[in-house]
Design a protein. Structure first.
Length: 323
């Protein structure tokens, strides 16, 4: 197992610097070429077959019948040698009819402020998710449910789908106590990453939304926004939400996991160069809550509320996000 937290951190810093100093056109061309290079490099790696994927799900990620599983994924990174849509069937098979699967289902492709300012409508039935092929395929399945939150919607399949999703729009906090991210941890759920590392893990924001002003970092903007949402029957509602502040970009997720979280709570691995992880929801939440109360978070200390650098770094984050 090879962890790349330092490389990821350095790469992220270089990306921010280049994005800041290069003209937008030059940066865009370079980014496109880098993406093509990564795709070509990925194609040279050994592909993961159906039997291998079944072993990963059962033996490495330890999924069993009846599990409640939130799935983050990147189909491109998985480098499968079988059609991606079969992966959903494998997940359904391993958790059984009594298990529940959840997937991120946000429709956003831009900053939420921009989307909200445009007065657009989030249509649960027709708005595609921007969270990848597997999540979109799950959304399209008969019997799938989708939560009404306008920025952090979730799709679910299984007997607990309605219970986990039904209150998501009740509170402006997208990862608060009414969200499926929080409700999962109450029921002993797990989160897995398929083709992604543990820096792709939305439930870490539950601690922030539960603690609110007591969390060491102000991670949400202070404004309350309203969004137009159409439910599955086509009825329109106005849903209130807060949104994340750009300063949230200044975080060290993988370093935090490696330094502060037990490997039995967050298990990270690589198979054929492809990252996977399994997180135990409740133990991770409890650990993060204890650490937050001691001032230890996934975020740089320089953006904590009492830091003299918080104002300038927040300003920088706003400028970087605007590029």
């Amino acid at each position: 197992v090879l962890f790349r937290s330092r490389e990821a951190k350095e790469g992220g810093m270089i990306k921010r610097i280049l994005r800041r100093i290069l003209p937008a056109g030059v940066y865009g061309v370079g980014k496109a070429r880098l993406k093509r290079f990564r795709v070509r490099r990925q194609l040279l790696k050994p592909k993961i077959g159906e039997d291998a994927m079944r072993r990963i799900l059962a033996d490495e990620l330890r999924l069993v019948r009846g599990d409640i599983v939130f799935v983050h994924s990147s189909v491109d990174a998985l480098n499968l040698d079988f059609p991606f849509f079969k992966l959903l069937g494998m997940l359904r098979e391993v958790v059984g009819a009594e298990g529940t699967l959840l997937f991120p289902a946000s429709q956003l492709t831009e900053r939420p402020e921009t989307w909200l300012a445009g007065g657009q409508v989030f249509d649960l039935k027709r708005s595609p998710t921007s969270m990848g092929l597997l999540a979109e395929w799950a959304r399209r399945q008969r019997g799938s449910e989708r939560s009404m939150h306008p920025t952090h919607s979730v799709v679910a399949q299984g007997p607990l789908a309605v219970e986990l999703l039904g209150e998501h729009h009740w509170s402006p906090a997208p990862c608060g106590v009414h969200s499926p991210y929080y409700k999962m941890l109450e029921k002993g759920g797990v989160v897995v990453g398929l083709g992604v590392d543990a820096d792709v893990l939305t439930m870490v924001h539950c601690v922030e939304d539960v603690l609110g002003g007591r969390f060491p970092v102000q991670t949400r903007r202070s404004e309350l926004y309203s969004a137009r949402v159409l439910d599955m029957e086509g009825h329109e509602s106005l849903v209130k939400t807060v949104i994340g502040h750009p300063r949230m970009r200044f975080r060290r997720m993988l370093d935090f996991m490696a330094c502060h979280i037990d490997g039995r709570v967050c298990r990270r691995l690589q198979v054929e160069g492809v990252p996977f992880y399994r997180v135990e929801d409740k133990p991770l939440y409890e650990s993060m809550m204890t650490l937050a109360q001691r001032g230890v978070t996934i975020y740089w200390r320089s953006i904590h509320r009492q830091s003299p650098f918080e104002t300038i770094l927040s300003y920088m984050a706003e400028k970087l996000e605007a590029r």
